[in-house]
Every structure is written in C-alpha cells, then in structure tokens.
Design a protein around this ligand. Structure first.
Ligand SMILES: *Cc1c(COP(=O)(O)O)cnc(C)c1O
Length: 359
C-alpha cells in the first residue's frame, strides 16, 4: 500500500502503552495508576462544571492552576508550565531544545517514550547503561561534562527500577552538563518523607534544570491528562509562547487539576497508603523467593530467579488470575516484572496466585 507518511517517520516504532483493557473486572497493576480515586473535592468540582466553561475557550496558559501550583512549590507562576499530561511536556522539550540531527542523552533502561520522541524528531539518543543496581556508572559526570547532548533525561525516582538518585548527584550533574537536564519526577510523590528528597530549590541556582510533574500517578488522575514543568522563567518561556498549542489543557482539566493540588492532605494520605502497600508487596515477593529492588515509587520491579521464561510464565499466571502486570522484553529486563502497587487485597490475590504457581 502507498504510504503518505513522512519518509523519516516510516522506520520509527511508536510508543507501546501498557494494556488498557475494556474488561473492567481485570485488576490493573500494569501502568502505575494510583490505586485510589482522586480527591472528593475533584469529583464535586467535576459535577459542578458550568456549561459556560465549555462554551468558552479555556485560559491559554492555565493561569489559575499555575498560581496554585507555584504557591505549593514556593515558585512564581512564570516558573511553571501546565501541559496536557507529562507526555506533552516531553514532546515540547524535544521541540524546543533540540534540532534534527542533534543529540540527547538518557539512561538505559529509562522511560521508553524518550526513544520514540527522539526518533520522531530525527534526534540521536545516547542511552548510558545503568549498572546492575540501576546506579549511574562511575564516569557519568564525565560523560555529561563531555556530552554534546542538548537535553539529558533522568527519571527520578527511576523507572522501571524505583531507585532514587540523590539531590547531591543531581546537583553535580547540573553543574557539569551544558544542556537542559530534565528530571522526570513522575513518581516523586511516593518518595518516603524520611529521605527528605527535594529538588525544586535547585531551580533558583540552575538555569538548565527542568522538573517534570504529573497528576496521573500521585493524584489518581491519569484520565485527566494533566502535568506540568518547573524551571526558571527564561527556560520555560519558549515552550509557553512558541511551541505549545494555544489551548492544550482544557477548561475542565484546568479546574480539576487545581482542586486536586488543593486537596494536599487527601493526596498525601494516598501516598502514605501506597508506601505501606509497597512495603507489604516487597515482603510478599521476597517470601516467595523473588528478589525486588528498593523502590521509592508506586511500583516494584521484581527479578525472577528462574529467568525470562519463568518471568513470562508468572505474568501469564497473573493474567489467568485477572491481574495485568508489565513485562519488558528488552535485554536488561527480560527476567523482571514490574508490578504497580495496588490495594492490599489486589496484591494479596497476586501473591496467592504466584504462591500456587511456584509451589
Ligand atoms: C507516567 C509518566 C510520565 C507522564 O505521564 P502523563 O500521564 O503523560 O502525565 C512521564 N514520565 C514517566 C517516567 C512516567 O512514568
């Protein structure tokens, strides 16, 4: 068949999202959604959206949301860009900071969307392999210092391992890297408070730091499509004024996102419950003889001692029990399974199914 696709796009493999099944009875521990619903205030606001809010165009830059979020983070509204999910921010970052033929850098493994966006934009992706414990290699700072990459992407806490890179590490990377350092904080809400982890204050001193946030995970709003970026005003301005669509976040999403941020206590309660369940899940997996990496996120990566075939068998067995998990068929992750933290009951049925399968 004749293709109308741009020639450079033809070899590109698109992003493969985790399965979103029609069957509502399936337990989804495959895409890191929050197991808890959004705050009651969000649902109340949804039921009260006036027709007028739909008839009119929304505020082009989600001003009210940005004011609320800036307040939460101790920043000014111009240090914040609201986007249609964190994924829109990632696309804008490519559009704004790198030209066709230039380079960007990330780690391997990492969020696979970076690779897709690089390919779509004709940009070379240099993926630096993490070590067996998912730490950066010893010469990572040198690599960054010598890199010609326009952008470097680090997921932190890391996906799919769950590992947290420290503020000191990030600060050293910022100091040597000449391009924009994007710290993808999609999972930062789930970090244990005991870690006292915080990167927002680095924005003031580092013009090349861009933090990504999303309401998809921490606020139970993956369906809403709302995320935001944090950075110095001058860094964000070209995205807000040039590369972003005029009305990329809609009127309903803007209002609900604002309500969600206001309900901090509710959100924090869900994060606490997720952390408790995460500990229970890790304990349960270890009791079955499966090793798991330390996680500061709402998922756990487990390594199956029996290897890739056994990992696939365990995924199939979970599926037979009505539970979806995420399996990555890549050299580094073939013997691993990523399990989103669920409710204690969901996790108990997974562990029971595996106990039977491993007996
Ligand atoms: C979920 C996620 C995002 C953004 O997701 P959105 O739903 O588009 O906000 C970005 N990076 C990583 C690593 C993620 O897991």
């Amino acid at each position: 068949m004749r293709s109308f696709e741009r020639a450079s796009l033809q070899p590109v493999k698109g992003y493969v999202p985790g399965e979103q099944p029609q069957n509502q009875a399936l337990v989804k521990l495959n895409t890191n959604e929050n197991p808890y619903p959004p705050a009651p205030e969000v649902l109340a606001a949804l039921s009260e959206i006036p027709a007028e809010a739909l008839r009119r165009y929304p505020n082009p830059t989600a001003e009210a949301f940005r004011r609320r979020a800036a307040n939460l983070h101790g920043l000014t509204p111009d240090q914040l860009i609201a986007t249609n999910g964190g994924d829109e921010l990632l696309r804008l970052i490519f559009h704004t900071f790198a030209e066709r033929g230039e380079q960007v850098l990330t780690t391997e493994p990492s969020y696979s969307l970076y690779e897709v966006l690089a390919a779509v934009h004709g940009i070379t992706l240099n993926a630096v392999p993490l070590d067996a414990a998912f730490a950066v290699p010893e010469d990572f700072e040198t690599t960054l210092a010598e890199s010609k990459a326009r952008i470097a992407f680090v997921v932190n806490p890391h996906a799919p391992s769950g590992k947290l890179f420290t503020r000191d590490e990030v600060r050293r990377w910022l100091e040597v890297f000449q391009g924009v350092l994007v710290i993808d904080e999609a999972y930062v809400d789930f970090v244990s408070p005991a870690r006292k982890h915080e990167l927002v204050s680095l924005i003031e001193t580092h013009p090349n730091l861009l933090l990504l946030r999303t309401l998809s995970k921490g606020y139970g709003l993956a369906g809403l499509r709302f995320g935001y970026g944090l950075g110095q005003a001058a860094l964000l301005a070209p995205m807000r004024h040039k590369t972003q669509d005029s009305y990329s976040t809609d009127a309903v999403a803007q209002q609900l996102a604002e309500r969600a941020l206001e309900a901090q206590d509710y959100a924090a309660t869900t994060w606490e419950r997720v952390r408790d369940s995460r500990a229970a899940l890790q304990q349960g997996l270890r009791a079955l003889g499966l090793s798991c990496f330390q996680s500061e996120t709402n998922f756990v990566l487990t390594r199956v001692p029996g290897g890739a075939a056994e990992a696939r068998r365990l995924c199939d067995c979970a599926r037979d029990a009505g539970i979806l998990l995420r399996y990555f068929d890549t050299p580094r992750l073939r013997d691993c399974i990523r399990i989103s933290v669920g409710t204690e009951a969901q996790q108990a049925s997974l562990l029971a199914a595996w106990q039977a399968a491993l007996a």
